[in-house]
Design a protein around this ligand. Structure first.
Ligand code: AMP
Ligand code: GLY
Length: 459
């Protein structure tokens, strides 16, 4: 559990300065904690990345652009917009990071990695061309077909007329997906063909997403448990992260609207070694080899969103980045230096030994603002964070928070990711809920059943 404690004081500048000096002194001749790392993003995932990178003995300072109320307590937050590539270049010019780690997909799909690399700046993540695996669902589906990667049957259509004609190929329910990044709002599970036609029409017209889409993917509806299987790829070789499971619906029992993710857990039994090997051989390695063959080498995290069906695992989607909230749960189990893994990826030397995982289980409960994923109110004072911070093997990652006058306020839909680790999943879950219970703000909401199905299955 040693990797758990904050390496440096988390209680303000004075403490921080003091412990920095101490650590430097103690580690003299062993490590040079001289590296500067820049994390791009502002969510719970980025808090987890910044927290873990900061534990590296080689890291002197972590910057986060723009960060949030919690990240700012542990890293140096820099104002800016992750969508503004010019702004990010200017910030990097000022900060001079040794390496930049990108959290969200949008800057990747806008070509941030290409721009940084062109200027000789080290950056972790796929190029714009490689990020198409996430940014274009039709590209991903056609790619999977070319390389025989298991996925649902599908059709790509470019008009409402074509969509209606293709409906005959599918049974109900069926899935309608907008081609392009849609922040989780581009997927509709249609119970009837008429519903599918209407959803498709609204995607083409722009009514559903605010802007019209050029292409829509129709897909066979798959039944099974979802699994988030992520690998680190250097373009050639891959190393798996521990598997995890997200809970996408807002309500207990997987009911209600889709969200960005209401909680996640990670435990080895989600994918045994034989399953991991199968997923590497049939999905991760063929994807990486295929991208290389097509001249778009894939470097970074390849997130395979899977459905474990009766016909075997099938790919629902690829993401070109770490998951949120999976990262909060997964990094809680990482016992080795995340910086080493990130560097191995950028430098093309990923190997099996790049991650050392704990056998513990972990659980992240997302605490949201009431009303999310619909309208919600921000600016509520959050109480109890100090008490939660004192709890052993618990870490509260901030997502939608801001800090003003020493006080933390809510500032987004998903507010916190209360995360815990323990040898047994049931204890990790219990601890995460124990910590969530000491946190209070007006209209706070969280699901009560994160990991519950896994526990039931164990019995
Ligand atoms: P995606 O953004 O493609 O992962 O879709 C978001 C969510 O919709 C997934 O996490 C699944 O819960 C669900 N979904 C997507 N595609 C399918 C499918 N073919 N069958 C069943 N559910 C799906
Ligand atoms: N948790 C789902 C995602 O990161 O896309």
């Amino acid at each position: 559990m040693a990797g758990f404690a904050f390496r440096r004081g988390a209680h303000g500048p004075v403490n921080d300065l003091f412990s920095k000096v101490t650590i430097r002194h103690l580690s003299f001749g062993i490590h040079h904690s001289s590296m500067k790392v820049l994390v791009i993003g502002s969510g719970g995932r980025e808090h987890a990345l910044a927290w873990k990178l900061r534990q590296s003995p080689r890291v002197e300072q972590v910057f986060c652009l723009p960060g949030n109320g919690g990240i700012c307590q542990e890293a140096t937050c820099v104002p800016g917009d992750p969508k503004n590539i010019e702004g990010l270049l200017a910030a990097a010019h000022q900060i001079r990071p040794d390496i930049t780690v990108v959290g969200p997909e949008l800057p990747l799909s806008l070509g941030l990695v290409d721009e940084f690399t062109r200027r000789g700046l080290k950056i972790f993540g796929p190029t714009q061309a490689a990020a198409q695996l996430e940014s274009s669902k039709s590209f991903a589906k056609e790619f999977m077909q070319r390389y025989n990667i298991p996925t649902a049957h599908y059709a790509v259509v470019t008009s409402e007329d074509e969509l209606r004609k293709s409906l005959g190929l599918f049974a109900t329910p069926l899935v309608v997906k907008a081609d392009g990044l849609a922040a989780g709002k581009g997927v509709v599970i249609a119970q009837t063909k008429e519903e599918a036609a209407v959803a498709g029409a609204e995607m083409f017209s722009g009514k559903l997403l605010g802007a019209p889409v050029q292409r829509v993917v129709l897909e066979e509806f798959l039944v099974g448990d979802e699994l988030s299987f992520l690998v680190l790829s250097d373009g050639d070789r891959v190393a798996p992260l521990v598997a995890s499971q997200d809970h996408k619906r807002i309500g207990d029992g997987d009911t209600g609207a889709n969200t960005g993710g209401m909680g996640a857990y990670s435990i080895d039994s989600l994918a045994d070694p034989a399953m991991v090997e199968w997923l590497l051989n049939h999905i991760a390695r063929p994807v990486v080899a295929g991208m290389k063959a097509e001249g778009a080498e894939y470097r970074g995290i390849l997130y395979c969103g899977l459905m474990m069906t009766a016909r075997g695992p099938m790919v629902l989607e690829f993401n070109c980045r770490f998951g949120d909230p999976e990262t909060q749960a997964v990094l809680m189990r990482l016992d080795s230096d995340l910086l080493e893994a990130v560097e191995a990826c950028v430098e093309g030397r990923v190997s099996d030994g790049v991650f050392k995982w704990s056998a513990d289980a972990s659980c992240c409960v997302v605490v949201a603002a009431g009303g999310y994923p619909g309208g919600y109110v921000s600016g509520k004072v959050i109480h109890g964070l100090e008490r939660a911070a004192e709890m052993k093997d618990v870490k509260v990652f901030h997502a939608g928070t801001s800090k003003r006058d020493g006080q933390i306020y809510t500032s987004g839909g998903r507010v916190l990711g209360v995360t815990a680790r323990a040898p047994k999943l049931q204890d990790a879950i219990a601890k995460a809920y124990e910590a969530a219970d000491v946190i209070k703000f007006d209209e706070m909401y969280y699901r009560k059943d994160i990991g519950a199905r896994a526990l039931k299955a164990q019995k």
